[in-house]
Write a protein that binds this ligand. Structure first.
Ligand code: UFG
Length: 329
């Protein structure tokens, strides 16, 4: 298939592109490199620099290529930041998705794979969370993605769009070539590795008074390669006759780790003392997010290969050590 990947120069998008190419698909990456990295894009993919706000540019691209599918990763992704800049999140995540979906409809592209998030659930009523549980985000980031999920059934009904909405829990880990590098870095595991490498003094633990076993937030970590393989399964399902065309799946491992437990694992993996300082809660953080991914396992045969957190952190540490300056672009 010829696949347009928005945000294909980013952390998860780049790993998905690598798997798409390995599976024989043709990949066009659309990315403004505001967060992504040129060097994360495979030389076998075509990189087009652009922003989803550029409607004319998008239209030209859809006219030039006959895409069989679009995978949409480009987004603002930080729950904490979204509570300071709500407008940016609604613009970059919700409005941009509308612009993109309009191009799909206009050009008859009928398959869409959407990067959704566990942040849709907010503080869940039960754990592990299943896809039919209540959607009540506690941060703007989650709300901005939920609004897109709410549009998708209407595009299905009116334009025949087939879609898969993949609700990621916490992406972690790296492949040998592709890893996690944000600027500024706000994510737990990369920050721990920066402290281990002596690049930062300490990790700030955001909140120690949550209703969790040790008072810190609990998350379900999933290896980026396993996330990527779910995208290929979803794409194939959308392209297979007779399969359902409105797919919603959680992607996690079904096991929660507290911030303190992640710190301990990072200390073991890196064999470094990692200093941490307790601090107040970060606004918008739900206490516990753990996925049930039974549905995608059952329906599409998803079978994560790297479900142990120490394996994820080791892979991230390995990438970090080989790319001390990140992608340097
Ligand atoms: N944390 C700290 N200190 C830090 C950074 C993080 O204590 O310096 C804590 C956070 O408060 C949270 C946990 O570590 O409890 C994980 O935080 P991250 O920032 O790494 O990730 P989030 O859970 O906030 O969000 C991530 C992605 C989202 C995605 C979500 C799904 O950023 O895009 O996982 O659960 F939607």
């Amino acid at each position: 298939m010829k696949v347009l990947v928005t945000g294909g120069a980013g952390y998860i998008g780049s790993v998905v592109c690598a798997q798409l190419i390995a599976a024989g698909h043709d990949v066009v990456v659309y990315d403004d490199l505001s967060k992504g990295h040129k060097r994360a894009v495979s030389p076998k993919a075509e990189l087009i620099l652009g922003n989803l706000e550029d409607r004319a540019g998008l239209r030209d691209i859809f006219q030039k290529y006959k895409f069989d599918a679009v995978m949409h990763f480009a987004a603002s992704i930080e729950a904490g930041e979204s509570m300071k800049s709500p407008g940016r999140y609604f613009r970059n995540n919700t409005a941009a998705a509308i612009a993109l979906l309009e191009q799909l409809s206009e050009h008859g592209v009928s398959r869409f794979v959407f990067s959704s998030t566990a942040a849709l659930y907010g503080n869940p009523e039960r754990s592990p969370i299943v896809e039919t549980d209540a959607l009540q985000p506690t941060n703007v980031y989650g709300e901005s993605k939920l609004l897109v999920e709410r549009m998708l059934p209407w595009f299905h009904r009116i334009h025949g769009l087939s879609y898969a909405s993949l609700r990621y829990f916490n992406a972690a880990g790296a492949t040998a070539e592709l890893g996690e590098m944000h600027s500024p870095e706000t994510h737990l595991i990369p920050i721990l590795l920066q402290v281990a490498a002596g690049r930062r003094e300490s990790l700030t633990v955001f909140g120690t008074d949550y209703e969790t076993p040790d008072g810190t937030c609990v998350r379900d970590y999933v290896h980026v390669s396993d996330l990527a393989s779910a995208h290929l399964l979803a794409l194939n399902a959308l392209a297979t006759e007779g399969q359902p065309k409105q797919l919603i799946y959680n992607l996690g491992n079904g096991r929660g780790f507290s911030v303190r437990q992640v710190i301990e694992i990072a200390r073991k993996v890196t064999a470094c003392t990692i200093a941490s300082v307790d601090a107040a809660r970060r606004p918008g953080d739900p206490a516990i997010l753990v996925a049930s991914s039974e549905k995608i396992r059952r329906d599409l045969g998803w079978n994560p290969q790297y479900s142990e957190l120490d394996v994820m952190v080791s892979s991230a540490w390995n990438w970090f050590q080989h790319h001390p300056q990140g992608y340097e672009d």
